[in-house]
Design a binder for this molecule. Structure first.
Ligand code: ADP
Length: 298
């Protein structure tokens, strides 16, 4: 659950400031990406965990409302995952995560998940559950022939043998820096030269493809065949960037799994994410397919 407070400026260490009334907004990277994928028109099943607090009930209701199958979401004694978010006047956010039930999503839980997602073409994972569970899920999904989309957020360095199971790694610049362990230094050249090199280096690490999102600068796609595609972000007035990345990721994965080309999927995902930043909140700010198509036509 995102607990969002608007502020004039983010507080400095030791500073106390006034904020707006809080807004309770169902979120979580996995849930947001599931909603973005479902709103993009594909069938989505969510696996994960919520707490026995009131937030757990609200989080499930939100997912159900967007047509996400919550049959594999476990209930854990205690708090749900919470995110304490401040949004400043420029629409930039600062986020503190308290994992709650997500931190109790252990590898053993996966035994109940596999039968439920038998037949799914792809699995989309994030880093808001213990890394060992994510790594186990990645390996098993790849073994079962399911394409693995992975958003390594919040970012931690991955063991080298994790990369081979990943069909598509989708991440932002900060996450790419963490995965690359500061191994890259900025280069002279055009404004995205360093980012292109980051995307290529991640492909060389062993994944099939990489999508590096660059905020208002757009996104870069690179894959094993040497393909390199750049898409610009759509110019919109940013109100709240919460869930921009999640929208992009869920929409991109949904389009690819619907059989769309990489180029069309990138364009659709950029448009969906641009629409998300024009609204406050997480899941409720994610556009449905028809809205994205109208935006692209206009
Ligand atoms: P994250 O939300 O994970 O930090 P990014 O900031 O890279 O991820 O944003 C993801 C995508 O959302 C971008 O690739 C872009 O398509 C879109 N986006 C983000 N910020 C803006 C913006 N200010 N205007 C238009 N599109 C944006």
């Amino acid at each position: 659950m995102d607990i969002v407070v608007s502020v004039k400026q983010h507080p400095l260490p030791g500073e106390t400031i006034h904020g707006s009334e809080p807004m309770y907004s169902p979120g979580g990277k996995g849930a947001n990406q599931a909603v973005a994928a479902a709103k993009s028109g594909i069938k989505v099943k969510m696996a994960g965990a919520v707490g026995t607090d009131g937030h757990g009930r609200d989080l499930m209701a939100s997912l159900d409302g967007y047509g996400v199958d919550t049959g594999s979401v476990a209930g854990k004694e205690g708090s749900s995952g919470l995110a304490f978010i401040t949004v400043d006047e420029a629409g930039e956010n600062c986020i503190i995560l308290s994992p709650g039930a997500n931190g109790k999503m252990y590898p053993e839980e996966l035994e109940q998940v596999w039968p439920a997602i038998e037949g799914c073409s792809a699995v989309l994972l994030q880093n808001e559950i213990p890394l060992k569970t994510t790594l186990a899920a990645m390996k098993e999904a790849a073994k079962r022939g399911q394409r693995v989309y992975f958003n390594p957020a919040p970012a931690v360095e991955l063991p080298e043998n994790a990369y081979a199971a990943i069909h598509c790694l989708i991440l932002n610049e900060t996450e790419a820096d963490t995965l690359l362990g500061g191994r890259l230094t900025a280069e002279e050249g055009d404004e995205t030269a360093a980012e292109i090199r980051s995307a290529r280096t991640l492909v060389e690490a062993g994944v099939q493809s990489v999508v590096l999102t660059l905020g208002a600068k757009g996104a870069i796609y690179a894959d094993k065949s040497g393909e390199m595609i750049r898409v610009k972000a759509f110019a919109v007035e940013a109100v709240d960037t919460t869930a921009a990345g999640d929208t992009f990721i869920g929409a991109f994965a949904a389009m690819r799994e619907s059989g769309e080309t990489v180029e069309n999927s990138l364009r659709f995902a950029s448009a969906a994410a641009a629409l998300t930043v024009t609204k406050s909140g997480a899941q409720q700010s994610i556009p449905v397919k028809e809205e994205v198509e109208l935006f692209l036509e206009g």
